[in-house]
Ligand binder design. Structure first.
Ligand SMILES: Cc1cc2nc3c(=O)[nH]c(=O)nc-3n(C[C@H](O)[C@H](O)[C@H](O)COP(=O)(O)OP(=O)(O)OC[C@H]3O[C@@H](n4cnc5c(N)ncnc54)[C@H](O)[C@@H]3O)c2cc1C
Length: 288
């Protein structure tokens, strides 16, 4: 059984810890933030291969209890003409269907699963340096603490300290020229589109996507373990009075909105300020 120092308690670090634990090792996760319970980020879609990866370390069932199933994708051109309509992933297998869920929900489910299995998650542990010998690797943290293991896993995100230590001359992250904005709303009229359908509108220079959760299933329905969280996804509170709304939040960095977009889902979106930030990826996203 190897002692493993996992640096970063995001989605990758926690998932890696679950997999290593299942393989019989003893991982400890060291996360820089004092807590990770905030609703940070917006939402993401997990494709069936991701769900299968989670199933590999017995976490698919827990994750399938959050968010909602996504079963189909419709791709439209800028004029609204449907170019394609395709079923998504393994829609006949409840545990490995595409899902849409909040990033914070996914992170929370993985953390809860890790704790349930007895994996230690240390918060407020920001890695500052690493020392390696022939026999062990020691991580040093900003609070003066250290952790020694047989293996160190760097899962500390885009600006990884571990990567910089491993490859000091390696290239850093570079802006790829894309901006992605996310939001959710409970005031946009529900489109007639089928629940669980992702609609992607592809313009010449930008894309806009939206999806609608299914209506709440009866509580306890085995086919839909937690549609209540799906409803929460769709009924996120608006920013408090005075907080920047969708347009003012996007305005400083976004190029002018393209008038050829189908406006039905953009007119009154009010993402929380924390969701109105550039992100690297996300199928259910709008690029301003
Ligand atoms: C705040 C935030 C919001 C996001 N929102 C979305 C979204 O809405 N939709 C979407 O599709 N994708 C989103 N992403 C991206 C997506 O979560 C990641 O691309 C993906 O999950 C990869 O996760 P990761 O664990 O590799 O990295 P991250 O999610 O970035 O996690 C890295 C973790 O390492 C910690 N860390 C960093 N440096 C140190 C250090 N020196 N010592 C210890 N810990 C450290 C960070 O605090 C963080 O918790 C978001 C990412 C972040 C950070």
């Amino acid at each position: 059984m190897a002692r493993i120092v996992v640096v970063g308690g995001g989605i990758a670090g926690t998932a890696a810890a679950l997999a290593l634990h299942k393989a019989g090792h003893r991982p400890v996760v060291h996360e820089a933030h004092p807590d990770s319970d905030g609703d940070i980020g917006a939402f993401m879609t997990l494709a069936s291969n991701g769900m299968r990866a989670l199933a590999g370390f017995d976490a698919a069932r827990a994750v399938a209890g959050a968010g909602f199933d996504v079963t189909r994708m419709s791709v439209l051109d800028a004029a609204g003409t449907e170019l394609a309509s395709v079923p998504l992933g393994e829609h006949d297998r409840p545990l490995t269907r595409y899902r849409c869920l909040r990033r914070a929900e996914l992170a929370a489910v993985l953390r809860a699963e890790a704790r349930r299995r007895g994996i230690v998650l240390r918060h407020a542990a920001r890695l500052t340096g690493v020392t390696e010998t022939d026999r062990a690797v020691t991580a040093r943290f900003a609070d003066g603490s250290t952790a020694t293991g047989d293996l160190l896993v760097g899962a500390d995100g885009l600006h990884s300290t571990v990567r910089a230590w491993l490859d000091p001359d390696g290239p850093g992250p570079a802006y790829a020229g894309q901006r992605v904005f996310y939001g959710y709303s409970d005031t946009v009229p529900r489109p007639a589109a089928a629940p669980g359908l992702i609609t992607m509108v592809r313009g010449s220079a930008a894309a806009f996507g939206h999806l609608v959760p299914p209506p709440a299933a009866p509580t306890g329905s085995p086919a839909s373990p937690d549609r209540r969280s799906a409803r929460r996804s769709a009924t996120a509170p608006h920013p408090p009075s005075g907080a920047p709304g969708w347009r003012s939040c996007c305005a400083p960095t976004a190029p002018p909105a393209r008038t050829s977009w189908r406006p039905r889902a953009t007119t009154s979106w009010s993402p929380t300020p924390s969701t109105c930030r550039p992100e690297a990826a996300g199928a259910a996203a709008a690029r301003c």
